[in-house]
Write a protein of this length. Structure first.
Length: 166
C-alpha cells in the first residue's frame, strides 16, 4: 500500500511538468505578438509624416499597450515556471530578478499590469470619444475602476497576509 502511495505522489509531482507546454505556448504566442507589434510599428513609421498629432499619440499608446501585454506574458511565464515547475539555474546568466516573484507578488504585478493596460485603452477611448457611444465609455470606465479596486484590494490582502520580517 505504501508503494502505491509513493507512486501516486510521484505522478502528481511529475504532472507539474505538463505546465511547461503552457509556458512554451505563451512563448510562441509572444513571438506571434512580436510580429504583430512590428507590423504596427511599420505602419506608424510609414505614415509618420501624414499622421496628425492625435493619431500619432494613439499609435504610440497602441505600441505601449503592446509592450505592456508582452511584458505581462513574460512575467507570467517566468514566475509561474519558477513557482510551479522548477527553479532557473542562476549560475549561467544574471537573472537575479527571478527569485523575487512569489505567487502573492505575481498576483499584484499582474493586477497592476492589467490596470496599466486598461488605463491605456481607456485613454485611447477618451481620445477618440466621438467614435464611441456614451454608455460604452461609461461601461469601459466602470470596468477599469473594477480593475483598479481589485488591484488595490489584492495589495491590501497581500500586505495583511505578509509575514513580519524579523
Amino acid at each position: 500500500m505504501k508503494s502505491l502511495e509513493i507512486f501516486i505522489e510521484r505522478v502528481i509531482l511529475a504532472s507539474r511538468f505538463v505546465l511547461v507546454v503552457f509556458y512554451v505556448g505563451l512563448g510562441l504566442a509572444l513571438a506571434v505578438y512580436a510580429v504583430s507589434f512590428l507590423k504596427k510599428l511599420w505602419k506608424v513609421a510609414a505614415n509618420v509624416f501624414t499622421l496628425s498629432d492625435a493619431e500619432m499619440i494613439l499609435a504610440m499608446l497602441a505600441l505601449i499597450d503592446a509592450a505592456l501585454v508582452a511584458s505581462l506574458l513574460v512575467m507570467v511565464m517566468i514566475s509561474s515556471y519558477e513557482n510551479f515547475v522548477s527553479r532557473f539555474d542562476n549560475d549561467e546568466a544574471d537573472i537575479s530578478f527571478l527569485g523575487k516573484l512569489d505567487s502573492g507578488s505575481l498576483k499584484i504585478k499582474v493586477a497592476s499590469s492589467i490596470v496599466a493596460i486598461s488605463s491605456i485603452h481607456l485613454l485611447q477611448v477618451f481620445l477618440n470619444a466621438d467614435k464611441y457611444q456614451n454608455d460604452r465609455i461609461m461601461w469601459l470606465t466602470i470596468l477599469h475602476m473594477a480593475f483598479v479596486v481589485s488591484a488595490v484590494l489584492l495589495g491590501i490582502l497581500e500586505k495583511l497576509m505578509a509575514k513580519p520580517k524579523l
